[in-house]
Design a protein around this ligand. Structure first.
Ligand code: ZN
Length: 138
């Protein structure tokens, strides 16, 4: 495993739309391991592939409930609203107030290509919305 460099705001890779993952192989598994290691090292609760310079639809999240990986994620349901301050590993020291849904249901794949559906609320829902935005260049 290896810690990757985190791309900072201003890099155009953060403004691009990421491509879906098509191959679920050992390379993907290693990449996801690196993403977790990079996120934990930076004390983050989430990291998306473009933040390490890769235009792939992959995000990892751990808001204190254990590690979760999302490959080709898609929000299939969202409800409620929460407003709180939010930071980003690509914008160190910058915090903004953002409104997000309070509940989301996401459909995604794990590293083995197995599809799952996960429902989240509060901080976990916020982290999912934040990381999925990265996959669309936001
Ligand atoms: Zn971010």
């Amino acid at each position: 495993m290896a810690v990757r460099n985190i791309v900072k705001d201003g890099d155009e890779v953060l403004r691009k739309i990421c491509r879906p993952v098509e191959k679920f192989d050992d390379k993907l598994s290693l990449l996801i391991d690196d993403m977790f290691e990079t996120m934990y090292k930076a004390n983050g609760v989430g990291l998306a592939a473009p933040q390490i310079g890769l235009l792939k639809r992959i995000a990892v999240i751990d808001v204190g409930e254990g590690p979760h990986e999302f490959v080709n994620p898609r929000i299939i349901d969202a409800s409620g609203e929460q407003t709180d301050t939010e930071g980003c590993l690509s914008c160190p020291g910058v915090w903004g107030t953002v409104s997000r849904p309070n509940f989301v249901t996401v459909e995604a794949y794990d590293r083995n290509g197995d599809r799952f559906i996960l429902s989240a609320s509060e901080l976990f829902a916020r982290a999912i919305c934040h990381e999925l935005d990265h996959l669309d260049g936001k």
